[in-house]
Write a protein that binds this ligand. Structure first.
Ligand SMILES: [Ca+2]
Ligand SMILES: [Ca+2]
Ligand SMILES: [Ca+2]
Ligand SMILES: [Ca+2]
Length: 468
């Protein structure tokens, strides 16, 4: 199994809730907010029944309610809805339907579905490989390539007529291997802040820098050329205390903590955490207890837990969890007035928590991932060193317990934990039926496979997982 983290996948705000990416809940939590009023009771996923290839499925968490919506690429060919073989794939809920990339045999195009076969259709074939779906106001924004302008910022209201290029941020062509091709600004990290869309883009002149858009051509502008001699490559955009925080490289101090209020003058480095010219590479920004927590490397302690209140020069090491190396804290999740996360202290990716009382290890588990709050408990994938990687939970009392031994090897690792309809859904491999969709209510008896989507040992859902 390959775990892809935010460093390799770009900012994953829209993916932080694992499967919930497929529902409106994730978008609401990502600052889009426009669709939170109508949380769907189903979610879409890419699944393979062994006959149709990876196609569009839906689930309500029950066996009966887990069905193929449409074989978009008829027959054994894959339409790969959501754009990849990753689980979960990228589905964005907007205006009562899910939008996604799918390939009906003519290449990955923009599709939408209301969860029915009749209500599943291609929106337009004009753009290819749409991704980074983000709701702002009455439009769904995304990055896509129309073959003329390169990969640029687009928006849609859900109709083909109103699926339009926002702006050709990187105009003209560029020579690749002696061939002139349209230059791409390749917008990434789309994040809503102060009624505008913020992202990283390369206009072909200033390098990859911080941009914002209100959806109009004149309103799509570079906020600041942070690195005047190259790419500042801003990433990790997170809203905190009326500002947008991110990591960027000014070309002199390395990748450090920055913030912006959306203006040129209001975009500045918060602190040079690694002062020796090196990168502190802050990531995992999470708001907790009116401060912003993250992982960073000060050049001496390795990657450890840090926090800032946002004032210039303020960033402090919360704890040097691993005194002889990187603890690389990740998976920050707020639960029961504490910040929980995975960190490498001694055993490798143990469960830790930080609150007013201090920062301590919780329980004796390792290989912790997928931290997800459900039904007044914190669920995660972990190993006790004996039974392999299984589903665990810890309640407010604080002692982790295994929910159920599904496989008892590391190969079965539950992941992509997602709350839907009073159940916690996840993917797991029981060693007999392949990687499939599972559910739990937190009890042994209530932990079961939803459906063996690909009957027998074949995998019904993708093995490659995007971790929060
Ligand atoms: Ca097919
Ligand atoms: Ca262009
Ligand atoms: Ca530095
Ligand atoms: Ca199977």
């Amino acid at each position: 199994m390959i775990h892809l983290d935010e460093h390799s996948m770009g900012p994953l705000c829209k993916v932080t809730s694992a499967l919930a990416l497929a529902s409106a809940l994730a978008l609401a939590g990502c600052g889009g907010g426009a669709s939170s009023a109508s949380s769907p009771s189903i979610m879409l996923l890419a699944a393979n029944d062994g006959v149709s290839g990876f196609e569009l499925w839906k689930t309500d968490g029950s066996a009966m309610g887990t069905v193929l919506v449409k074989d978009i690429n008829p027959g054994a060919g894959h339409s790969s809805p959501g754009g990849s073989g990753l689980f979960p794939s990228e589905f964005a809920f907007f205006n009562g339907a899910w939008f996604f990339s799918a390939d009906d045999g003519t290449g990955p195009k923009l599709w939408k579905s209301d969860g029915t076969q009749a209500g599943t259709a291609r929106v337009t074939a004009v753009v290819s490989s749409p991704r980074e779906f983000t709701v702002l106001g009455n439009a769904l924004y995304f990055s896509a390539d129309d073959g003329v302008n390169g990969r640029e910022l687009w928006k849609t209201d859900g109709t083909e007529a109103r699926t339009v290029l926002v702006k050709d941020i990187a105009p003209g062509t560029v020579s690749i291997g002696g061939i002139q091709v349209p230059r791409s600004s390749s917008p990434t990290g789309l994040t809503v802040f102060n009624n505008a869309l913020y992202f990283s883009a390369d206009d072909g002149v200033n390098g990859r820098e911080l941009w914002k858009s209100d959806g109009t051509v004149p309103g799509t502008v570079q906020v600041k050329n942070i690195n005047s001699s190259g790419d500042s490559s801003p990433s990790g955009f997170t809203v905190f205390n009326n500002a947008l925080y991110f990591s960027a490289d000014d070309g002199m101090t390395g990748f450090e903590l920055w913030k912006t209020d959306g203006t040129l003058g209001g975009t500045a480095q918060v602190m040079d955490i690694n002062p020796l010219g090196g990168d502190s590479s802050p990531s995992g920004f999470t708001v907790f207890n009116n401060e912003l927590y993250f992982s960073a490397d000060d050049g001496g302690t390795g990657f450890e837990l840090w926090k800032t209140n946002g004032t210039p020069g303020n960033a402090v090491l919360v704890k040097d969890i691993n005194p002889t190396g990187d603890s690389s804290p990740s998976g920050f999740t707020v639960f029961n007035n504490a910040l929980y996360f995975s960190a490498d202290g001694v055993a490798g990716a143990e469960l830790w928590k930080s609150d007013v009382a201090g920062t301590v290890r919780v329980g004796a588990v390792s290989l912790v991932s997928g931290l997800t709050v459900f039904n007044n408990a914190l669920y995660f994938s972990a190993s006790d060193g004996v039974a392999g990687v299984e589903l665990w939970k810890t309640d407010v009392a604080g002692s982790p317990v295994q929910v159920k031994g599904i496989n008892n090897t590391t190969l079965g690792a539950p992941n992509a934990l997602t709350v839907l309809n009073n159940a916690l859904l996840f993917s797991a491999d029981d060693g007999m039926t392949g990687r499939e969709l599972w559910r739990t209510d937190g009890t042994v008896g209530g932990t079961m496979q939803v459906k063996d989507i690909c009957p027998g040992p074949c995998d019904g859902v993708p093995v490659l997982v995007i971790l929060p």
